[in-house]
Design a protein around this ligand. Structure first.
Ligand SMILES: Nc1nc2c(c(=O)[nH]1)N[C@H]1C(S)=C(S)[C@@H](COP(=O)(O)OP(=O)(O)OC[C@H]3O[C@@H](n4cnc5c(=O)[nH]c(N)nc54)[C@H](O)[C@@H]3O)O[C@H]1N2
Ligand SMILES: Nc1nc2c(c(=O)[nH]1)N[C@H]1C(S)=C(S)[C@@H](COP(=O)(O)OP(=O)(O)OC[C@H]3O[C@@H](n4cnc5c(=O)[nH]c(N)nc54)[C@H](O)[C@@H]3O)O[C@H]1N2
Ligand code: SF4
Ligand SMILES: [Mo]
Length: 716
């Protein structure tokens, strides 16, 4: 029996793995505090991907003659990649090679990937899928508190607050074992508020549910603060002692009276008043945001607006209260701390800070001046591929870009323009299928490494079984590639050794791991950062006495509502939002291959009123079109969604052909959660299309209908 953690989300539930003959069985690990033995169905079925027939077990190289991928030896594949990378670098400089990582990679892998980019390849072009995850909350956290740790307190603190406000989180489906905290909070007499355009299973557990138009969480926060201020609920003493900037924020919310908020967000003024009353009367208030509020072109401003509410009430740093972000991927937190982000070095140091460069270069044994500066953010990096000034080779570790990137058709076209695409993965993901070289790597139960969960708790995944023949660990692959491109320093491959180096590199940084070791993690069920030395107990709770800015104070930051980058209009009258279902994970590369998890394919959730208007019945095919693409999928008619909004899960190819690549100016987060769409019933399309020609696309249909006002008005 080996105690380890789930391969999926940021809860990093503890589980025990037991070998049963050739099979591997998942058992509860009741002592691990975060989940206390509970797992969601993805966790229970996690071993289903082991020994799967689609598991990659040999490197693959695209054959020039046939254009097909064929098996190759490790030496052939690595030599080919190394030689091509060197050629490209010699021709056009180091930035011609780009690296794309993932928030599912262990800390050790994320650290080595950043080092591969900066030291071995010398490229500034490295970023990762966490940009698409919690980067807006990270950016807001840094601005407001001077540090970015998803939750500044252990998750179980949620139970002890009085009013919990969940803004754009469906945690009952995205972190099911955490749902028990909501139940216990309510048993204690506390209140749960959920803000979501859909009445989700999480909203079903709420005392108050607000159902805004997608993209309007920011004006909601402005309106709440307006009401709190009018009611005299602002904690002036706290604001004076622990913050700066209240006055400007106060002025900025003065004009956001509830009726104005209602007009913008669709949330009745009475409900906004109810929320403000709940918050004003509570001893302890906790506001948690997730992707629903964050994945917007104004995601950072939205989080800042909610942080302002928590600060105005004097909650941040108070026990069982404050603001937190529910991060998403298994290592969403650690993945952004150790150097695969385009602007950061290990320990959450900034790459443009000379002292940070000197420290990290010292650990790496290289000249600080040899390190590149900041590169492009994830989407911008992909958008530039194959263009003038963009990279011509891309190495992907731990992301299935063509499914999960916004405006995915465009991204696939950029990948097609590359001279070299290399993908390291466990399975033939949709992105691996496009690669020139595919490198098969070990997964989860076959390797050891640390992850940092949503609480900032560093935990240890331990190897339980040996890897299939032919497969290597990411750490080995990275070290081999580093050697082949002529790295000036060697790369370790033993995870514990890499961790010790990472800990030294992080020493003195904002995310300080210097006092953490594998043995400590085993003995203490995880260690919370910062943990600067071996005698330090770790830091489960931040901000009790001071914030991380130099003057110890938190910042109120005044923000205003700009609205979604792509408002609805006559041609595209419906809001499209996207997200998750319980039984699938992310791009689905892993969970779609687990037999015990239902693989329904994409669907379009819509309200009966909208369904009636467009003439679609439950289960019938509808087409969702945006300015970027179309998706045909069955309708799911539900009363739980706003009538002006449709929802499509992104676990299957398609949703991201529709989404908007507008980026947040500060976090560079794409606007996954709202764009303008046209929804049409396929039966109507067929019935109304001219018999002589079949329209190639909905855009053509729309053009054909433009002259007929009754047709054009079909769904507006
Ligand atoms: N089952 C499952 N669990 C997962 C994952 C998974 O893929 N599957 N992925 C993990 C990862 S990486 C992440 S980041 C987390 C994400 O966890 P969540 O943020 O909880 O998940 P989402 O479904 O993306 O979005 C949450 C909710 O936001 C709502 N929403 C959409 N637009 C808006 C809006 O404008 N405002 C508001 N307030 N709400 C809006 C959606 O209706 C949805 O119910 O989940 C983690 N856990
Ligand atoms: N429309 C829409 N799009 C979204 C979102 C949304 O809400 N709506 N959410 C965004 C968010 S929050 C996220 S986090 C992203 C996630 O999207 P992706 O980055 O695509 O995430 P995964 O599907 O987890 O992809 C991980 C890939 O790496 C492989 N893999 C797993 N573990 C390892 C490993 O240890 N090493 C290597 N080399 N490979 C590994 C898996 O098999 C899989 O192919 O999607 C974003 N895209
Ligand atoms: S909640 Fe997350 S970590 Fe826990 S079992 Fe489910 S997917 Fe795994
Ligand atoms: Mo995520």
């Amino acid at each position: 029996m080996t105690d380890t953690h789930c391969p999926y989300c940021s809860l990093q539930c503890g589980m025990s793995l037991e070998r049963a003959g050739r099979a591997l069985e998942v058992r509860p690990w009741a002592e691990f505090p975060v989940n206390q033995g509970a797992l969601c169905r993805k966790g229970w079925s996690a071993a289903g991907l082991r020994g799967h027939r689609e598991r990659l077990t040999s490197p693959l190289v695209r054959d020039r003659a046939t254009g097909e991928l064929r098996s190759a030896s490790w030496d052939e594949a690595l030599d080919l990649v190394g030689a091509r990378l060197r050629e490209l670098r010699d021709e056009s400089g180091p930035d011609t090679v780009a690296v794309f990582g993932g928030g599912g990679l262990t800390n050790e892998k994320a650290y080595q990937l950043g080092k591969l980019a900066r030291v071995a390849l010398g490229t500034s072009q490295v970023d990762y899928n966490g940009r698409w995850c919690m980067s807006s909350a990270a950016s807001a956290g840094n601005q407001a508190f001077g540090v970015d740790r998803g939750l500044p307190f252990p998750l179980e603190d949620v139970e002890q607050t009085d009013v919990l406000v969940l803004v754009g989180s469906n945690l009952v489906e995205t972190m099911p074992p955490a749902a028990r905290h909501l139940d216990r909070l309510r048993e204690r007499g506390g209140r749960v508020v959920v803000i979501d355009p859909r009445r989700t299973p999480t909203a079903d557990r709420a005392d108050l549910f607000l159902q805004p138009v997608p993209g309007t969480d920011l004006p909601l926060a402005l309106g709440v603060l307006h009401l709190l201020d009018a009611a005299g609920a602002v904690d002036e003493e706290y604001a004076a002692a622990r913050t700066v900037g209240l006055d400007e924020v106060r002025r900025s919310v003065a004009a956001w009276w509830p009726e104005r908020v209602e007009r913008v967000s669709g949330v009745p003024a009475s409900e906004l008043r109810e929320l403000a009353d709940l918050m004003a009367g509570a001893e302890r208030v906790m506001v948690l945001t997730a992707r629903g509020a964050e994945q917007h072109a104004q995601g950072t401003a939205t989080v800042l607006a909610w942080v302002n509410v928590a600060l105005a009430l004097g909650m941040c740093g108070r026990p069982f209260a404050g603001y937190g972000c529910l991060t998403g991927q298994g290592n969403g937190q650690g993945g952004r701390e150790h150097g695969q982000k385009s602007d950061q070095l290990p320990g959450y140091r900034m790459i443009d800070d000379p002292a940070a460069r000197a420290h990290v270069a010292g650990v790496w044994g290289v000249d600080p001046d040899s390190l590149p500066g900041p590169g492009r953010s994830a989407y911008e990096l992909l958008d530039a591929l194959g263009t003038d000034g963009g990279a011509r080779a891309l190495l992907v570790f731990g992301s299935n870009i063509v499914v999960s990137a916004p405006n995915a058709t465009h991204v696939a076209a950029r990948l097609a323009d590359l001279d070299l695409l290399v993908v390291a993965d466990l399975v033939m993901s949709e992105t691996a299928a496009l690669a020139d070289v595919v490198l098969p790597v070990t997964q989860w139960a076959e390797e050891t490494g640390t992850m940092t969960n949503l609480e900032g708790r560093v935990i240890l995944r331990q190897q339980a079984v040996s890897a299939p023949d032919g497969v290597r660990s990411d750490l080995e692959v990275i070290a081999e590639l580093a050697a082949r491109v002529g790295s000036p320093v060697p790369f370790a491959t033993d995870p514990e050794q890499v961790f010790a180096e990472l800990a030294r590199a992080s020493a003195g940084g904002r995310a300080d791991y210097a006092g953490i070791t594998y043995d400590r993690i085993r003995a203490e069920h995880g260690v919370f950062w910062p943990c600067p030395d071996a005698d330090h107990p770790g830091t489960p709770r931040l901000f009790a006495d001071s914030f991380a800015h130099a003057d110890g104070r938190a910042r109120f930051v005044a923000v205003d509502h700009r609205g979604p980058a792509e408002p609805t209009d006559e041609a595209f009258p419906i809001h499209l939002t996207t997200g998750r279902v319980l039984a699938q994970y992310q791009s689905g590369a892993q969970t779609r291959r687990v037999r015990d998890l239902p693989d329904t394919g994409p669907f379009v959730e819509l309200h009966p009123m909208l369904a009636a208007r467009i003439g679609a019945r439950d289960g019938e095919l509808v087409v969702v079109a945006t300015r970027r693409g179309e998706l045909k999928a069955p309708a799911r008619v539900v009363t739980t969604i706003r009538p002006d909004t449709v929802f499509v899960p992104f676990h299957w190819v398609g949703a991201n052909r529709l989404t908007n690549d507008a980026l947040d100016p500060s976090s560079r987060m794409p606007e996954f959660k709202v764009c303008a769409a046209l929804v049409t019933a396929v039966s109507r399309l067929v019935a109304s299309a001219p018999r002589t020609s079949t329209p190639a696309s909905l855009v053509e249909v729309r053009a054909q209908r433009a002259s007929d006002p009754t047709e054009a008005g079909l769904i507006s």
